[in-house]
Design a protein around this ligand. Structure first.
Ligand code: NAP
Ligand code: ZN
Length: 349
């Protein structure tokens, strides 16, 4: 079936209206009428070919929420009308140790929601800046938030799970001091989630203007990372620092804030590497630098349920599809508190 979408034909071209094909639902497929789709900084990296391997036309979008509009004959977990979400993964090998552990995000055969290999037209996946999507039921998430919050639930499908998973993995909870670097789409969710898990949360920002707003998100303290005096006050004190920044930057200033055995976990994915950190900053306190990629499907469901239970959604600005290119420019200037979400109804025109 043909549906309306928004995408780009080349890395240096703006996004524009497109018509794309969705497969008819197979036996295990769920067809979703997309209501909203968040705009992740990864969308911009991919569609502008800042990362290697973008295939065009590219239709980004992996923070998808909507309603089930058809199900295949073998689908048992979902029915027409259900509120659901699709995140960054639409397929995986389903039998490797990672898939069996529910860590499809680390499967070598993981298929991303856009730009991933698929037998469907045109040979790579096309994402959520579109009216409908068809996905194997294993990768469909149940949304339990009230329907009025649906637009603000969309960013949980990437920004939410990408911060929830490392926070859980590194045992965030009462008595732990956790830093979140960069208060954008990911960072603002990291602050809300770490706060809800009971940690002492410190937000690091380059934007003086976000100081008050970050406290409202749940940060116990806010540090403007350019101010060396403010940074020094936190030396050797953190259990975990989650770095969500989308550009290369100095990691040493954050490593020095970790206590013994503390971890700096990178989730930001800048197109060019960070400058290499000093070895002495690592060996003297047995500090670690780690990375984390989104999260598996069971943990994504756990995160959605945790957010529904704690009343957590993203802070969003709802836009029309024809405002996507403007939204990208504003995101690059950190001029958004904190996530743009596309109203998919505006794709109908
Ligand atoms: P975003 O909304 O643009 O937020 C990034 C934040 O980083 C900005 O709001 C800004 O915060 C800070 N920042 C930006 N440029 C900076 C610079 N040059 N120096 C220092 N700080 C800077 O982006 P996002 O959607 O949260 O995504 C962040 C990164 O995570 C992207 O690279 C994205 O591709 C990646 N990502 C990774 C995963 C994963 O699985 N690991 C998943 C999703 C996204 P302040 O204004 O507070 O300084
Ligand atoms: Zn994302």
């Amino acid at each position: 079936m043909l549906v309306n979408a928004y995408g780009a034909h080349a890395g240096d071209k703006p996004l524009e209206p497109l018509r794309i094909t969705r497969r008819a639902p197979g036996a295990h497929d769920v067809q979703i009428d997309i209501a909203y789709c968040g705009i992740c900084h990864s969308d911009l990296h991919q569609v502008r070919a800042e990362w290697a391997g973008t295939r065009f036309p590219c239709v980004p979008g992996h923070e998808i929420v909507g309603r089930v509009s058809a199900v295949g004959a073998q689908v048992s977990g979902f029915k027409v009308g259900d509120l659901v979400g699709i995140g960054c993964i639409v397929d995986s090998c389903k039998h490797c140790p990672e898939c069996e552990a529910g860590l499809e995000n680390y499967c070598d055969g993981m298929v991303g929601t856009y730009n991933g290999p698929t037998p469907d037209e045109p040979g790579w996946t096309l994402g959520g800046y579109s009216q409908k999507i068809v996905v194997h039921e294993r990768f469909v998430l149940r949304v339990r938030h009230p329907v009025e919050q649906l637009a603000a639930v969309a960013p949980l499908l990437c920004a939410g799970i990408t911060t929830y998973s490392p926070l859980r993995h590194w045992n965030t909870g009462p008595g732990k001091k956790v830093g979140v670097v960069g208060i954008g789409g990911l960072g603002h969710m990291g602050i809300k989630l770490a706060h809800a898990m009971g940690a002492h949360v410190v937000a690091f920002t380059t934007s003086d203007s976000k100081r008050e707003a970050a406290r409202a998100l749940g940060a116990d303290e806010v540090v403007v990372s350019r101010n060396t005096g403010e940074m020094a006050a936190h030396a050797k004190s953190f259990d975990l620092i989650l770095d969500t920044v989308a550009a290369p930057h100095d990691l040493d200033v954050f490593l020095g804030l970790l206590k013994r055995d503390g971890t700096l976990t990178l989730v930001g994915a800048p197109p060019t590497p960070h400058p290499a950190p000093g070895v002495f900053n690592l060996i003297f306190k047995r500090r670690a630098i780690a990375g984390s990629l989104i999260g598996g499907i069971p943990e994504t469901q756990e995160m959605l349920d945790f957010c529904a239970e704690h009343g957590i959604v993203a802070d969003i600005e709802l836009i029309r599809a024809d405002q996507i290119n403007i939204a990208y420019e504003r995101m690059l200037k950190s001029d958004i508190k904190y996530r743009f979400v596309i109203d998919s109804a505006t794709l109908a025109a």
